[in-house]
Every structure is written in C-alpha cells, then in structure tokens.
Design a protein around this ligand. Sequence first.
Ligand code: ADP
Ligand code: MG
Length: 421
Amino acid sequence: MKLNEIDLRVSLKKYFGFSQFKGLQEQVVKTILQGENTFVIMPTGGGKSLCYQLPALMQEGTAIVVSPLIALMKNQVDAIRGLSSEMGVAHVLNSSLTKTEIKQVKKDISSGVTKLLYVAPESLTKEEYVDFLQKEKISFVAVDEAHCISEWGHDFRPEYRNLKAIVNRLGDNIPLIALTATATPKVQEDIIKNLGINDAKIFLASFNRPNLYYEVRPKTQNVDSDIIRFVKQNSGKSGIIYCLSRKRVEELAQVLQVNGISAVPYHAGFDAKTRSKHQDMFLMEDVDVVVATIAFGMGIDKPDVRFVIHHDIPKSIESYYQETGRAGRDGGEGHCLAFYSYKDVEKLEKFMSGKPVAEQEIGNALLQEIVGYAETSISRRKFILHYFGEEFDEVNGEGADMDDNTRNPKEKHEAKDNVVK
Ligand code: ADP
Ligand code: MG
C-alpha cells in the first residue's frame, strides 16, 4: 500500500470523523501499515486504540486485539460498530458467546467483513479458536495493556506470557503491536523480550501531565478531617479517594456522608449490581465523590475528575501515576493529594512478608521508590518523570510549578526564618 499523509488524514476522517491525529498516532499507523512490529508507549488517554484500529480498518484481513478486560473490549467494539454500517466489522470472542454467535463471528471473519477481533488472552489459547484462526487472514495481532506481561507492571496476568507462542501458531510473520501506558524501562524490556520484538519500532510519548498538581501531606490521626476539609473546599467538584482496604473505604464513605458530602463507596467486595450502580452515580454526577479501592478506575473515562486523594500510600509510583492520571483528563485542573505516613509503609511491608520471596523483592523495591517520592524535596513532577526515564526541566518544563515542593520549597522557608531571627 502506498501511503502519504493526506491518505491517512482522509482515512482518519472517514472512519473516525477526526480531522487531526493526536501525538504520535500518524507515525504509528504508518508503521503498522508497513507490517512492522511496533511498540507504543503512551499515557492513558493518549489515543492508543486508534493506533491499531485505523490500520485494521484500512487493511485486508482481521486484526486480533488482545485485551485483559471484557468490559473494555465491549466498549471498544460498540464504539467501532457505531462508526460503521456493518455490525460484523468488530467482534468479541469470549466464553460467554452462544454457539450461534460463535458461528456468526466465524462467518464474518471468513468473509472478510470483520476487521477487528477482540479476545481475552485465555480465549486465544483455546484449540478450537487457534485452529480456526490459523486458516484466516490475520493482518496483525495487537496486544493492548501489554504491561500485563510483566511482573514489574501494575497488573500482571500470567496468561499474557503465552501470547507469543500462540501468535507463532497463527501464522508466519504476523506483525505484533504492543501497547501500554506503563513507561518504566523494566516493564518495557519484559514486553520486548517476552513478545520477541527486538526489532520493533518504538514510539514513546511524554508522560508529563502538566495540568496535574502533585501534593503530599503528612498523615496524622486527623486524616479524615483533613480529607473532609479538602473536599468541602472543592465542593461540587468530582473526585476519587483511594483507600487500601475495603473496610476503610466503607468507613470513610460513611464519615463523608455524615459530614454532608455526597459520596459512595466502591470495592470488589460489593456485588456487581451495587458496583455498577455506584460507578454510574459517580459518572452521572449524582454524587461528587467515590471512595474506592484500586478496583475502581480501569477503563473509567470521566473527563472532569478534579481531584484524586490517596488516603494510603499506593504500592508503587507506577500505580500512583495511573491512579492520579484519572484526574484532569479534559486538560483542566486536577489536584493529586497523597497522605503519607511511614507506618503505612511498614503495614504494606508486613502484608508482603507472606508472599513468595521473588514477589516480595519486587514489591519492596517498588515501595521504596514511592517512599522516595513521598519524602523528596525536589519537584514531584521531576521525580515521577525521572522514574519513567524522562528528563524534566523543573524551571521551564510544562507544569513546572505544579507541585507543593516547587511552590513552597522547604529550604527557602527555613532560610527566611533564620534571617528574620
Ligand atoms: P488510551 O488507550 O491511550 O488510554 P484511548 O484510545 O482510549 O486512549 O483514547 C482516548 C480518547 O481520545 C478517546 O475518547 C478517543 O476517542 C480520543 N481520540 C483518540 N484519537 C483522537 C484524535 N485523533 N482526535 C480526537 N480524539 C481522539
Ligand atoms: Mg487503551
């Protein structure tokens, strides 16, 4: 296929109705269309899906998209179908389908109608599907949320580690596209190694979120009052408060409610109906605040979350970045406030001590990094970006004054006090 920028813009408009590519999308699409292995590292909200969806729609054959969550797959399939007149353009293949549905999916793939086939990694291992897909024309395999491959990532899924072997069985030289919002060098190495894509073209976007304000406060016995005060100062704004335990989630939600704040709790211990009800209440703005464990958030696309509070220290910088990343998606204000006490670190260490040694070592190393973040006196943005292997200019960089340490440097205050004395 001969490609130039105008062709791609026309296709972008035709399939998605957008006039402009975002960030590195155009180069990525080009590379995928050229049949190369590709590795895309872009922050959440960066527009990774389009990077594989557009080339899939433009090419012959079916692109297989591996994704870890059924809810995510369904959303994407609905979105793609909404753009097309052809229902069969995108399908999900999973264990919940009836025989008749599976037959339809296979028919659409064989007839060339299906451009995108979403599968969970465990479905892809099924012999029946492998046998079928071997005979079909596969344009490429995209591995979304590719950090699930790595134990150093925040969402390790062992099934992801078998993907390479299956892709090999599907055919020779099927291009592999890995996509993730995890920028740590360790995770990247794991992904490249495991998928065997040493030759991949790598697209690495900046992880700087200049509209987010980062702040750490000491966690005292009055943490609940501190949170209530903060939320009241931001009344009418949407926010997420993360707690480590389900018990704390429920307690804190109640404390907020008693204090006149509209809040709902969310954690994986609630039944599906309650979870989706509380999630919808937050999305529809029936309540301002959701108090949640980390079970809340993946795939949640609320653009105007104005604050993300961490009642407890998260388990890594990576997790912290992902969780705070849900604030200010629309480019507007996003206040990221973490409460920190070394006691919490000790709690987490104790919690990990029951786990296998290798897991403990990883867990402790990640934890020490977030302790470093909490205790640092340098620009918090610089600290986070450095962790992702990115250089940040704390004087002229975008968002340079958007953290507590930069706005109120500790040393300078002390120096001033000394002069006054
Ligand atoms: P990611 O997977 O990187 O987190 P998504 O693929 O979910 O991001 O895209 C985030 C949002 O950006 C979506 O709402 C999508 O429609 C939008 N988007 C993607 N590309 C473009 C574009 N070129 N122009 C406008 N909006 C875009
Ligand atoms: Mg995505």
